[in-house]
Unconditional design. Structure first.
Length: 245
C-alpha cells in the first residue's frame, strides 16, 4: 500500500474514533433495532412464532443497523465540515486523494459498525428470549443472513459518505441518513415495496433480505445500490469541483 495513502487512511480512522462520538454511533447500532422491534412487539411475541418467523424477524430488525452505518459514513465527512477543517484537508491532500481515502475509511467503518451492531443486538436479544428461541437464532439460515447485513452496512456506509460530501451540513445529513429512512422509507417499504425497492434504503433492505414482500432479491438489489453509489459518487465529485473544496 502507498505510504501516503496508508497514512491518510490511518488519520481518517483515528479522527473518526477519537472522542466519545464514535461510542454514541456504536450504541445506536443496538438502539435502532430495538426501536423498530418495539413496533413489531418482538421478542415478546417470539414464543408464538415459528422458527423461520423468528429468524426472519431477528435479521430483519438487524438490517436496520444499515441506517446507522449510513450515518457513520456521512460522519466521516460531516465531522470535518462541522469543525471547519474540511477545506484545509482538501487543499493539503488534493480532492481525489481525500475523497478516495474517506471512501476506503468508510469501508472499514461499515464493517466495524456491522460487526459491533450485530454483536450488541444479538447479545441483548439473547438476554431476553427463551433458550429455545435463542437456539433457533444461531442456525445455518442465520449465518447466511449475517452476510447480507454486513454487505448492506458497508454499502450503506459508502452511500452515507457520498451524502456527506454532497450535503456537508452535519444536522441536515443526519436527517437524511437516519430520520428519513426510519420515518418515511421503512413505512414505504412495508406498504409500497414495489416503489421502495428502487430507493437506496429499499435496495439495502433487499441486500439484507428484509422479510417484506415486493423487495428485490439480494443480487438485483445490490446492482440497484451500485447504481445509486455511482450517481452519488459523481454528484459528490461535481459538488467538490463546483465549491472548489
Amino acid at each position: 500500500m502507498n505510504p501516503a495513502f496508508a497514512g491518510g487512511l490511518r488519520a481518517e480512522l483515528l479522527r473518526y474514533f477519537s472522542g466519545y462520538s464514535a461510542l454514541g454511533v456504536l450504541a445506536f447500532t443496538a438502539l435502532v433495532p430495538w426501536f423498530v422491534a418495539n413496533f413489531f412487539g418482538w421478542p415478546d411475541n417470539s414464543a408464538k412464532l415459528s422458527l423461520t418467523q423468528n429468524v426472519q424477524t431477528f435479521w430483519g430488525l438487524a438490517a436496520t443497523i444499515t441506517i446507522v452505518a449510513t450515518f457513520a459514513g456521512s460522519y466521516i465527512v460531516t465531522r470535518e465540515a462541522y469543525y471547519g477543517t474540511l477545506r484545509r484537508s482538501v487543499a493539503m491532500s488534493g480532492p481525489r486523494h481525500l475523497v478516495g481515502t474517506k471512501y476506503i475509511a468508510s469501508l472499514v467503518v461499515g464493517l466495524l459498525t456491522a460487526a459491533t451492531g450485530v454483536a450488541l443486538w444479538s447479545g441483548s436479544v439473547a438476554l431476553i428470549v427463551s433458550p429455545e428461541v435463542r437456539a433457533d437464532l444461531v442456525g445455518g439460515e442465520s449465518l447466511r443472513a449475517l452476510l447480507g447485513v454486513i454487505v448492506a452496512s458497508v454499502v450503506g456506509c459508502l452511500w452515507g459518505c457520498s451524502l456527506g460530501w454532497i450535503i456537508r451540513h452535519y444536522y441536515a445529513t443526519t436527517i437524511v441518513t437516519m430520520l428519513i429512512p426510519l420515518v418515511l422509507e421503512l413505512p414505504l417499504m412495508a406498504n409500497f415495496p414495489e416503489i421502495a425497492h428502487w430507493l437506496p434504503s429499499g435496495a439495502l433492505a433487499g441486500i439484507a433480505s428484509l422479510p417484506l414482500e415486493g423487495l428485490l432479491e439480494p443480487l438485483p438489489a445490490f446492482l440497484v445500490a451500485l447504481g445509486w453509489l455511482a450517481a452519488a459518487g459523481a454528484a459528490a465529485m461535481w459538488t467538490l469541483r463546483r465549491r472548489g473544496a
